[in-house]
Every structure is written in C-alpha cells, then in structure tokens.
Design a protein around this ligand. Structure first.
Ligand code: GLU
Length: 443
C-alpha cells in the first residue's frame, strides 16, 4: 500500500514551505488512496519545543490535513540503537569517540527523482578536508571519505539515520520533501545499502522564493501558518495558494476546489523551477474565498477577532455582525481589513481619516445635517430605500445636489470617504447612531 509522510522538526513553527511540503504529500495520498503519516522529528532535544509541536499539529488540523498515523522520533531511540548495533555487528559501521559511524564506500549513486529525473551523486566527493580546505588522504594514499554519523557521541541518533530507519519501518513508498534535502539523499541511500533494504521513491519539491528571487522573509511571506490564521486568512485560500507553488491545475485556472485539485494532481506535473511566493496573489485568493464563504461561518470566525478588538462584548448581537459582514464581504482581503474598515459599525470612536474630514467636513453643514437628522429620526422603517428617499427629499427641499451631502454624511458616519453604498451603510448603522452622529458632526 502506498504511504507518504510529512516529517517536520518542531524547532520552529509550521511555515509556508513546510505547509506546502505537507500539502503535496497529503494531495498525493488523497489522489492515489495512500496513507499519510505525520512524523515529528524531535531528536534534537535542545531545539525541539512543545510549543512548536503543538502549533504544527494545530495548523495541520486547521488547514484540513488530517493524518492517518502519528509518530514521535523521540519515542523511538531504542529502535535506532538496535539498527546501529546490527550494522556494528555486521562490521558495516564502527565506533569512534562514542559515536557510531557508517563507512562511506566510494561509488556512483544514481537516483531517479520523480520531479527532477535522474540525479547522479559521486560519493568519492564526500571527502574530509582539513582547516585549510585541503582534501585529506588515508594511509593507502586514497582520499579519505567522510563517514556518516549514525548515532552521535551523546547517544542521540542523527537525522539521516532516523529518517532511513523510519521510512523503512513505516513502509513509506515515496518521500516527498523540499529540494534542500537533495544532498541528504545519497547519504541515506548509503544507509539503505548497508541495511540491505530498497529505498523508497523520492520527489524533491522546488524551493519557494520571494518575488525578487530572494529568500522568503517575514516581510515576503515566511510567517507561520498560525500567523496567517491570526490575520484572518481562510484555510481553503491558503491551501489553494500553496498548491500553486510548484503545481498548476492547467490553463490559467487559479481558484480550484480541493476535490478537483486532488483529481488532477500528479507528482510528475510538479515544476522543477523555484516557485515565487506572492502575498498579493494570496490576498486576492483570500478575498475570493471570503466572497464565496457562507456568512454565518464568517461570523463565527470573526467573533474572536471582534472580541479581541473590543468591538463586541460577551452578549453580542449576532444579527448586527452578520449585517456588517454581508456588507463588507466583497471588500476585504483578510479579516483585519474588515476590522479596519467596518470599525464605525461597532464603536463610536472609530478612525477618522484626516484627509477625508478636511475635504468633506470643512464646510459646516450644521443646518443641513440637523434637518437630515430630524427627518431620519422620523423615517420608519429605517431601511435602504426609506432612508434613501428621506435623504433625497431633504436634498430637494434644501435646493442642494445629492453630491453636496453624500460625502459629508458618509465621512460623518464612517470616518471615511469611501465604502459600501451610503444607504446600505446608513441602514446598517441604524437610526439611533445615524441621527446621533449627524447631530454631533459639527459640534
Ligand atoms: N525533519 C526534516 C525537516 O524538517 C524532514 C526531512 C525529510 O522529509 O526527510 O526538514
């Protein structure tokens, strides 16, 4: 049975790169009906942290990548030692200064990578160099090769060794991981050889760069998946975006449901070339997914954000939130945009854009606003069409143009010169707040 694994080290949070590796493993598993193993590589007990491990598990669940099996390498030390002993007993490994090492045998190793094709490694390049960078030779005059540490002097197993033992014992059929691990692959193949076992297939994913071709930084997107969550990205938007980093459903299609992506997915179609991370594209996708999302679900997701901002308290009016979300649904890239733009709907000390205030509220329309406030106070029911009618009546009575009042009213009510339609905004705010803000506008 086909089986793949995602093997993060809990020495940091789950970042975009790790999540993309997880996703390609997961999509492969779903597309061929393979099992998906999550293996926490926590052999480095100094750098591995519980906090990172929990964030990784949590982010995996949030993204919807559930696993079939879960392992912790820290619980498997005795297995690794057992295999090291076997290699020692067979004379394939030796002990030096407390460490167990595997003798490197000079040879050409051919690897067929499912994405990159044939890669040839020459292990006679695994040379030992002195401080000056000169290659060292052994007693017989041949170059001294760097032997692979299996168990370190402190008794902890080394990454390449655990990886091989686990991929073997867990019956992994295909290793899909980042290109940064290509150089580890021949070392792992030497271990497979020594153990007399057949290596799995390998597929090394292209690197993810920023748009300028540099390393991903915090600014360009290398932030934890949990941070994207805190900024109000939807998991399906992140998953859709991640799959485009090195793979394409074909044509110009960018938005694709997970179900149809899985149907189309094939490792062979993954690009060799590095993928460029674009924050703008991720935001665009998130905007699209928010538009499509069920408003009730968005309200549920939004509530913790609104509470944290103190826009709502414990006993909040769900319908009011729903109305605001509905009005802003097509106008936000992330939930943070919503918090920023819809502040006026929740609190009275909403942000006032200085430029908009200067431009539209410098002419004191105290009289006009008080007539409007009085008329709105009598408008019943207080909805989009009735408020629009009341507004137009007042404008006509005062012999003004609608445009004379539209902007000033909008700025007085929302603090901004742009936003959703004015009458929808007024209906959302409700009679009481609208009247009060108009009365106080020039006070
Ligand atoms: N723990 C390694 C990492 O996080 C996994 C490497 C592998 O997939 O073999 O990079």
């Amino acid at each position: 049975m086909a089986k793949v694994r995602f093997a993060p080290s809990p020495t940091g949070y789950l970042h975009i790169g790790g999540a993309r590796t997880a996703l390609f493993n997961w999509m492969y598993a779903k597309s061929v009906g393979a099992s998906f193993v999550l293996r926490i590589e926590d052999t480095d007990q100094q750098r591995s942290k519980k906090e990172f491990e929990l964030e990784i598990l949590d982010s995996m669940k949030w993204l919807g990548m559930e696993w079939d099996e879960l392992y912790y390498q820290s619980q498997r030390f005795s297995l690794y030692r057992e295999y090291a002993k076997k290699l020692l007993d067979e004379g394939k490994a030796y002990q030096e200064n407390g460490a167990v090492l595997l003798k490197t045998i000079a040879q050409e190793i051919k690897l067929y990578d499912l994405i990159r094709g044939e890669i040839v490694f020459d292990t006679s390049n695994f040379v030992v160099r002195d401080e000056k960078g000169e290659n060292l030779s052994g007693k017989d005059g041949t170059l001294l090769l760097k032997d692979e540490v299996l168990i370190k002097a402190d008794g902890s197993p080394a990454y390449n060794f655990c990886c091989v033992i686990d991929d073997f014992l867990m019956e992994i059929t295909c290793v899909i991981r980042g290109e940064d691990h290509i150089s580890n692959t021949p070392k792992q193949i030497l271990i497979y050889q020594a153990l007399g076992i057949k290596p799995p297939k390998f597929a090394h994913l292209p690197l993810i760069m920023d748009e300028e071709g540099g390393r991903l930084s915090k600014r360009t997107g290398a932030v934890a998946v949990s941070d994207y969550r805190k900024q109000g990205f939807l998991p399906e938007a992140i998953m859709n975006y991640l799959m485009l980093l090195g793979w394409s459903p074909g044509g110009d299609q960018e938005m694709i449901s997970m179900a149809s992506a899985i149907k189309k997915f094939s490792i062979k179609k993954i690009n060799k070339a590095a993928a460029a991370f674009s924050m703008d594209k991720l935001k665009w996708l998130n905007n699209q997914y928010i538009r499509q999302a069920d408003t009730n679900r968005l309200v549920d997701l939004m509530v913790p954000f609104l509470k944290e901002k103190k826009y709502i308290q414990e006993n909040f009016d769900r319908q009011a939130i729903k109305n605001s979300v509905d009005l802003f649904k097509g106008r936000m890239d992330t939930f943070l945009d919503f918090l920023d733009r819809a502040d006026f709907a929740f609190i009275d000390d909403f942000k006032r854009d200085a430029e908009a205030v200067a431009k539209h509220l410098s002419v004191k329309r105290t009289k006009e606003f008080s007539v409007l406030a009085e008329r709105f106070g009598r408008t019943e029911p207080f909805d989009v069409s009735s408020t629009e009618k009341a507004f137009r009546d007042v404008v006509a009575e005062l012999k003004l143009e609608a445009s004379d009042l539209v902007h000033p009213v909008r700025v007085a009510l929302t603090g901004r010169a742009v936003g959703p339609s004015l009458f929808e905004t007024i209906a959302l705010l409700g009679k009481e707040k609208t009247v009060e803000r108009l009365k106080k506008a020039f006070a």
